[in-house]
Write a protein that binds this ligand. Structure first.
Ligand SMILES: [Zn+2]
Length: 398
């Protein structure tokens, strides 16, 4: 049996007045997702355990079949894994965003979706000016970078995408070690404001990436591999370091696909084609698409619907055209990202499961409504992957 896991990051949403009470998933034209629903089963999975924050880190661990309450130790260690950075036991990794702050307001958590090349120059400048034997900055993809600290501090940090258009002051790090983090963040402003790359960006009418924002920290993690748990080998296709990192911690290969961006303009068809290629030799592939989440954070309803339709047509459609025999597909968002709040939420997410040996229920479409009508509810969302792989034999809590 072969298995394809497709995650549309943040696809799940709430009913919207501007869509006459429909959700974006309901409003989008998704013939392929609906075909899976008619021929397969739909239900809900609670990917965010009670008491945990609805981050893509926690949610994607759950979607990959790992209990976040057992294996989660912060976002940054997972990203470090994807970047090939080995953390020592006495080190703490922090996510380091390049952000745009103007007049004390968080204008953009992504520094105007800065390119990887520009960002690399900026992070290297930050490292040269603020790094030392105990503090290192590592460039990643687009606005997502890493700081590794030889220190055990336990501050409270806020994700920058949760404070878009808000004053940053109340959301600066608090508690143990917060003073040092604040100093680094403010010191970065001088380095970044003065940098030629930002001067060029401003000239081109783009937002300057004029501050680093530190958050999402954690200590090194250990978890069993996919091979150990399910006897499967495979790969992960994602533009997002965090997701590639979870894959790498799970012993899955990170597959490079040309033209994938983590944004609306990603190479959807390429993702599907490379996934089919992985299945020639392996049994499992995880395709992660970030675009619907980015659209939600930007409050851009049109872009969200388009991203869902692109996933349906270009990713799922391409896969269904060339799918090998004896294959199953599981498609779901990692978490909700409602357009109305522009940030993640913790509600159960709708899933659809289709393929060899999966007996259809009576659902007609794939969306939040049809999933909520289903009796199939994974209260521990991470168990959905066992169910997907081991069949409809295992016990689930209804
Ligand atoms: Zn996410």
């Amino acid at each position: 049996m072969k298995y394809i896991l497709i995650v549309g990051d943040g696809m799940a949403d709430y009913p919207l007045d501007e869509l006459d009470g429909k959700t974006p998933l309901q409003a989008a034209n998704t013939p392929n997702m609906d075909k899976l629903a008619r021929e397969g089963i739909v239900g809900t999975a609670k990917t965010i355990p009670d008491g945990m924050l609805p981050g893509s880190d926690v949610a994607n661990l759950a979607v990959m079949g790992y209990d976040p309450q057992r294996y989660y130790s912060g976002r940054a260690p997972l990203e470090a894994a994807s970047m090939g950075i080995r953390l020592e036991p006495d080190e703490t990794a922090f996510r380091c965003n390049l952000v745009t702050v103007e007049n004390g307001i968080m204008q953009d958590y992504s520094g105007g979706h800065i390119s990887t090349t520009e960002a690399k120059g900026l992070i290297e400048a930050v490292d040269a000016n603020l790094g030392n034997e105990e503090i290192r900055f590592h460039p990643g993809v687009s606005y997502r970078h890493l700081m590794v600290l030889k220190n055990d501090i336990l501050p409270t940090c806020t994700p920058p995408h949760d404070i878009t258009d808000k004053a940053i002051e109340p959301f600066l790090p608090q508690g143990s070690g917060a003073g040092m983090l604040r100093e680094l963040m403010f010191a970065s402003c001088q380095v970044l404001e003065a940098h030629e790359i930002n001067h060029q960006r401003v000239k081109q009418g783009k937002k300057p990436a004029n501050m680093i924002w530190l958050w999402g920290y954690g200590k090194p993690i250990e978890m069993p591999t996919f091979q150990q748990r399910f006897g499967l080998s495979g790969g992960v296709i994602s533009a997002v370091d965090l997701v590639r990192g979870i894959g790498r911690c799970a012993g899955l290969r990170s597959i490079d696909v040309p033209g994938i961006t983590g944004y609306y303009d990603t190479n959807y068809i390429g993702k599907a084609e490379y996934a089919l290629d992985v299945l020639k030799n392996d049994d499992f592939v995880f395709i992660h698409i970030e675009a619907p989440d980015e659209a939600s954070h930007n409050g851009d309803l049109k872009a969200k619907i388009k991203a869902i339709e692109d996933i349906d047509e270009k990713v799922l459609g391409t896969i269904l055209k060339h799918i090998p025999d004896n294959t199953r597909i599981l498609l779901l968002p990692d978490h909700e990202t409602p357009i109305s709040t522009k940030t993640h939420a913790s509600g159960p997410v709708p899933f659809v499961m289709w393929g060899d040996g999966i007996k259809p229920d009576d659902s007609l479409s794939y969306d939040e409504n049809s999933a909520q009508r289903s009796q199939l509810r994974f209260e521990a969302g991470w168990k959905i992957l066992e169910y997907f792989i081991q069949g409809q034999r295992i016990q689930i809590s209804a």
